[in-house]
Design a protein around this ligand. Structure first.
Ligand code: WQD
Length: 369
């Protein structure tokens, strides 16, 4: 019995590569479509180090209808996990058109290609930013859309597109997963987050300060009405998020219709609480200073996490200490990210081969990696 092929758009990224690990562990074979604009193909070699299987990588753009048709024709895809997208809030304010193009038009192109191929099971990477910054916490899936930036609005619009599709055609099974704040790394220390350029998010900034690559963490405000004045968020381990995709995929494959689900722990943690947990992980203090509030930041929000448990039996299992310990292990073992060599035993592992052609990119300059 051949393992079902799952197309993972954006599968070479932080969430995507960890999701590939979880998919393989659950008996699926990922086929990754990624432009590598904000990811590294070597993440999939690290997936092979962990699982013994290196997913195929098709270098391509989810907006490219011909490339999509070729992927569906070349690989017997059973379902799609759609992670490809732009995700920097600040950048979306400066360049909204790119965010509507990639996030909204890209998803439209994808579902049209899926329909042409008769593939109608989809897990979509959505975001807690659809709730905006003024919902009372814990935030449940029933809260209204209130996005306050173009990034969040593209996610909300995609969810509406998918809801209309599921209402119009009962053959579709769709799950929209609203991530809170994914952090951490695979416990092996082989896979983790490595943003291109200066990190916007808290955890990659902390790890780079801890590694001596940045001088100190600037805490964006310590005068909020929270436990210690610093911002509170619902941090969730990236492997819990990855396993959430597998559970949602199984649900969407057997239940027509659409489901929105929060992926969070249901608990908030302040910036200083994260710092303390990270200091426990590395057994020494972290250099930091208090700075001004960051424009656009909400003081505090966290998930009502019951929905995913009730719908498809998923809940976060890893706590903040494990998130920090796993992040530190990844950073300490890979100070230069994927530029550092993978362990020797990684080479020569069986690559996932399919009896299909590999020249399926339509745009010149794209090569099959
Ligand atoms: C977390 C807390 C900051 C950096 C982002 C994006 C969105 C979403 C989740 C996908 C806040 C504080 C941060 C720093 C700091 N991802 N902070 N110093 O803003 O909650 O949401 O990630 O959908 O893309 O909105 O995450 O990690 O940027 O900030 O003090 O150098 O850490 O003020 O309180 P955020 P974040």
């Amino acid at each position: 019995m051949r393992a079902p092929r799952i197309l993972v758009t954006g599968g070479a990224g932080f969430i995507g590569s960890h999701t590939c690990v979880a998919l393989i562990a659950a008996g699926y074979l990922p086929v990754v479509l990624d432009t590598l604009v904000n990811s590294d193909a070597r993440s999939l070699q690290r997936v092979a180090c962990i699982t013994g299987v290196e997913p195929v990588l098709v270098c391509g753009d989810v907006r490219d209808a011909l490339a999509l048709d070729r992927v569906f024709a070349a690989y017997d895809v059973s379902a799609v996990v759609h992670l490809a997208g732009l995700k920097a809030v600040g950048e979306s304010v400066v360049d909204p058109v790119s965010y509507y193009d990639v996030n909204l038009a890209g998803t439209l192109a994808l579902v049209q290609a899926m329909d042409r191929a008769g593939v109608r099971t989809l897990v979509f990477s959505s975001s807690a930013t659809v709730y905006g910054d003024s919902q009372p916490s814990p935030i449940a899936e029933s809260a209204p859309y209130a996005a306050v930036n173009p990034y969040g609005r593209t996610k909300a619009m995609v969810e509406s597109l998918l809801a209309d599709l599921a209402r119009a055609d009962a053959r579709w099974g769709i799950a929209c997963l609203r991530y809170f704040n994914p952090i951490g790394a695979h416990e092996s220390g082989l896979l983790g987050e490595r943003p291109h350029g200066p990190p916007n998010n808290l955890m990659p900034y902390i790890t780079q300060v801890a590694a001596g690559q940045r001088e100190c963490l600037v805490v964006h405000g310590a005068d909020y009405d929270t436990i210690d004045g610093t911002g509170v968020r619902d941090y969730v381990h990236v492997m819990d998020v990855a396993e959430g995709h597998v559970a949602a995929l199984r649900h969407a494959a057997r239940r027509p219709g659409i489901l929105m689900a929060n992926l969070g722990t249901g608990r908030g943690a302040s910036v200083l609480e994260v710092v303390s947990a990270f200091e426990r992980a590395m057994r020494r203090p972290l250099a930091l200073r208090i700075g001004p509030r960051r424009p656009g930041d909400a003081p505090a929000y966290w998930a009502d996490a019951r929905g995913a448990w009730q719908a498809f039996g998923w809940r976060a299992r890893r706590d903040l200490d494990q998130m920090c310990a796993d992040s530190w292990r990844w950073q300490a073992a890979n100070p230069h990210g994927f530029d550092d060599p993978a362990p020797a035993h990684a080479s020569g592992l069986p690559r996932f081969q399919d009896n299909t052609s590999t020249s399926i990119n339509s745009k010149p300059g794209h090569s099959h990696a």
